[in-house]
Design a protein around this ligand. Structure first.
Ligand code: ADP
Length: 165
């Protein structure tokens, strides 16, 4: 009998910081794959609010209820990283149609680079369909409460980072 090959997926992103929208996608990815690697992108062109270590740490604290999920960071080409990890899929979340054009472009370029890695789009719960990390940062810096958008420990770190003088 052929041994069962475990299905590994990479969920890449900035996660600056992780929100309940991301966590919703992670939960759905866990239904489909044996192992999900959340990969924090180290992109020199972006200047994130949180360091790579802080982002990884916040993700780790947010996923304790899931099994088969790991957190890592990567730089360079995503498909190369995926190959290195023996992954067969890249997970991306879709919110509104506005996500579609960029996501399609990235997925098609990645397919051109490696046909064996399949980009898989997962749709978020509608209650998170308008949510992203930027709006949460804006909300906190204006004095708002983001507890319904991010885990408590993330909310606390956002307040420390954005409201300290
Ligand atoms: P990136 O800079 O790669 O877009 P993000 O952290 O903003 O990094 O997003 C990572 C992935 O998570 C993307 O596929 C994005 O569409 C998805 N995502 C972010 N927020 C949500 C949300 N509220 N619902 C569903 N997917 C989301």
């Amino acid at each position: 009998m052929k041994p069962h090959k475990i299905r590994i997926a990479i969920y890449p992103g900035s996660f600056d910081p992780i929100t309940y929208g991301h966590i919703d996608i992670i939960k759905r990815a866990c239904f489909l794959f044996d192992k999900v690697i959340i990969a924090v992108a180290v992109n020199p062109q972006k200047s994130p609010l949180f360091s790579q270590e802080e982002r990884v740490d916040m993700i780790e604290k947010s996923i304790t209820e899931f099994s088969g999920v790991q957190v890592d960071s990567f730089h360079g080409l995503l498909v190369e990283y995926a190959k290195e990890k023996d992954a067969t899929a890249i997970i991306r979340g879709l919110r509104a149609v506005t996500d579609f054009e960029n996501e399609m472009q990235m997925a098609l370029v990645n397919r051109k680079l490696d046909e064996n890695i399949v980009t898989t789009f997962l749709m978020t719960h509608d209650k998170y369909s308008y949510l992203n990390s930027s709006i949460v940062k804006e909300l906190i810096s204006l004095g708002g409460d983001a507890k319904c958008f991010v885990p408590l420990h993330v909310n606390k770190r956002l307040i420390e980072k954005l409201r300290k003088q």
